[in-house]
Design a protein around this ligand. Structure first.
Ligand code: COA
Length: 255
């Protein structure tokens, strides 16, 4: 892989989009490599959490505008479906994905961060959905995920004005969970990834699954939560986690 670097460190993985000369713009090749990296992480029994970040001054400055220029309506539709599939694989992965946003997260870059479970941002980060400036609209999930994550008013504001917002504003609207000093971004993201990776794997996977269904299931969401809760209570991880609590030691969870 050239455009996406995958590093594994014990229970965590770091996926780095690596096309700095084009501000990590997601061409079809980059997207294919990202898809492979996400699949590998999702299938790796040792890994519990993964960080996605970018090389250089951008996280990802969007889909590749030069590629979009070549597309007709059918091509645009197919491009949207492909990116949506890759980002849904992140959202639905059994692993916890953390976006460590180091700079520009625009268009498809903001949508990539939205597909992650939460976002840690450098104070230099810039978010936005500038597609309308190009006469197009978001196609990799922003019209759905932004509404779910920050509410309809902010989703409309960002998508309809194309305005960029800084990390502080992104934190203020709930898009970003933590803003950190630029030089500490990866250390902070790794600390949080490790914090997650200490937890019970089944509990992480089923919690994420229940949360992801929150907007789809209506009142049945509570019943679904109860069913998954039961699974965790019947698990070996529960035995270990609760025994460790009473024995005042760290739990040693199962894979
Ligand atoms: N697709 C393709 N190439 C891109 C790109 C994208 N989304 N974003 C940046 N690049 C390329 C530039 O064309 C430039 O290439 P060049 O050196 O061959 O000319 C290189 O990356 C550096 O970008 P540049 O614009 O010179 O950097 P900057 O610091 O002046 O501006 C941005 C940074 C992010 C503000 C600006 O690049 C930008 O607006 N990018 C597009 C963002 C966007 O609209 N994304 C949604 C796309 S649907």
């Amino acid at each position: 892989m050239n455009f996406v670097l995958l590093e594994k460190r014990d229970k965590i993985a770091i996926i780095r989009i690596n096309r700095p000369d084009k501000l990590n713009a997601l061409s079809p090749e980059v997207l294919d490599e990202l898809e492979k990296a996400v699949k590998e992480v999702s299938e790796d029994k040792e890994i519990l959490s993964a960080i996605i970040t970018g090389t250089g001054k951008a996280f990802v400055a969007g889909a590749d505008i030069g590629y979009i220029k070549t597309l007709d309506e059918e091509g645009g539709y197919r491009m949207a479906l492909k990116g949506q599939e890759v980002f849904s694989a992140i959202e639905n992965s059994p692993k916890v994905f953390i976006a460590a946003v180091n700079g520009y997260a625009l268009g498809g870059g903001c949508e990539l961060a939205l597909a992650c479970d939460f976002i840690i941002a450098s104070e230099n980060a810039v978010f936005g959905q500038p597609e309308v400036n190009l006469g197009i609209m978001p196609g990799w999930g922003a019209t759905q995920r932004l509404v779910r994550k920050v509410g309809m008013n902010w989703a409309k504001y960002l998508i309809l004005t194309g305005e960029r917002i800084d990390a502080k504003t992104a934190y203020h609207i709930g898009l970003v969970q933590k803003v950190v000093n630029h030089d500490n971004l990866m250390d902070e993201a790794i600390n949080i990834a490790n914090l997650v990776a200490e937890k019970g794997p089944l509990a992480l996977r089923l919690s994420k699954e229940a949360i992801n269904k929150a907007f789809d299931l209506g009142d049945f969401g509570f019943r679904y939560e109860a069913l998954l809760f039961g699974k965790t209570v019947g698990s070996k991880d529960k035995e270990e986690g609760i025994n460790a609590f009473f024995e005042k030691r760290k739990p040693n969870f199962f894979k």
